[in-house]
Design a protein around this ligand. Structure first.
Ligand SMILES: [Zn+2]
Length: 323
């Protein structure tokens, strides 16, 4: 059986499902997960809670977002199908459980690159026998109440962390106060892939977690950063080329998709801001339906992230800014 990845396609571009290139396996998706070859050096695993980015090469495997805890065994199986090399890094794009839940399992299955701190025959350093977990500092703060196993082991609080692995530059770019206060974009410069995490969710309006430091202005700034990092297929638009942007959830995007999503979020923000300027209360703002025109595509009446909650998050972050 050949896995045909229907949920992740960029509609106008064709990607190779891994099973077509993995004759040694039984074929088909790994335990319900879909594996997509985005570039020869870069894969996306879908169906594990959040989209999981997998960069491969001679150095080993770099994973961006571990997926949920429940999916971790299946994610590990999928990664083994992509590469026989060890996991060298796990990068968290944010603190949500569907992104960090698999941290511990993936880290333990991995191995630090150039561990080697037991020269001289001393006891092996436990930190060398696992893959480091890298994130913005805030992820560690948000996870402080959960068991220590899956906590990030390398955190940073500046705007850009960089590495050079598997023959390419990897930039981990902190976007302050967007979905939360600890979101990063992971940009693989040679693969020309950006993993965006929860600042981009093509299934719905972006989740803005005001309690954990998210804000509408930071969300729009993060989307603008994505637009700036990505290059579309111009001047030859018919070519299947251009930067691939991997959202936290939903289908793969090119720059045009991100521009459209950014414009949508900006238009709704502007409408809410105008209503606030006109002195409307939160109830009145909601009643005015500032997300009109986009609710069919991105809105939710029920579930964890309703249209009302999105509007409320915009209202609250704009009100906080004023005060
Ligand atoms: Zn998410």
């Amino acid at each position: 059986m050949v896995a045909v990845c229907t949920t992740l396609w960029l509609p106008h571009r064709s990607f190779e499902p891994l099973s077509a290139a993995a004759p040694q396996s039984a074929g088909g998706p790994s335990n319900g997960l879909e594996i997509l070859e985005v570039r020869p050096s870069f894969f996306v695993i879908a169906g594990a809670g959040a989209n999981v980015g997998v960069q491969v090469g001679d150095d080993g495997v770099v994973v961006v977002d571990a997926g949920s805890a429940a999916s971790a065994p299946a994610v590990l199986t999928a990664i083994k199908r992509i590469s026989s090399k060890p996991i060298r890094y796990v990068i968290d794009t944010g603190p949500d459980a569907d992104h960090v839940g698999g941290n511990e399992a993936l880290s333990k299955a991995g191995e630090k690159l150039f561990g080697g701190s037991n020269f001289g025959g001393g006891a092996p350093n436990a930190a060398d026998s696992v893959a480091p977990i890298l994130s913005a500092e805030g992820v560690l703060r948000h996870l402080a109440t959960s068991p220590a196993g899956g906590w990030p082991t390398e955190v940073f609080h500046y705007s850009r962390k960089y590495m050079y692995l598997n023959g390419e530059a990897i930039e981990v770019l902190h976007q302050p106060a967007a979905h939360t206060d600890s979101d990063v974009l992971a940009f693989f410069r040679r693969s020309d892939v950006v993993v965006a995490g929860d600042v981009l969710d093509t299934r719905q309006f972006p989740v803005i977690d005001v309690e954990r430091g998210g804000s509408i202005q930071g969300e729009i700034a993060a989307l603008n950063r994505l637009v700036d990092l990505a290059v579309p297929s111009v001047p030859v638009v018919t070519r299947e080329a251009g930067t691939i942007v991997v959202p936290g959830h939903g289908h793969l995007c090119d720059q045009y998709d991100v521009v459209e999503y950014r414009d949508m979020v900006t238009i709704i923000r502007d409408r809410v801001r105008d209503l606030i300027k006109a002195g409307r209360s939160l109830t009145e703002v909601k009643a005015a339906q500032p997300a009109k025109g986009y609710m069919g595509r991105y809105g939710n009446q029920g579930g964890a992230w309703t249209t009302d909650r999105f509007i409320e998050a915009i209202y609250r972050s704009l009100a906080r800014e004023k005060s």
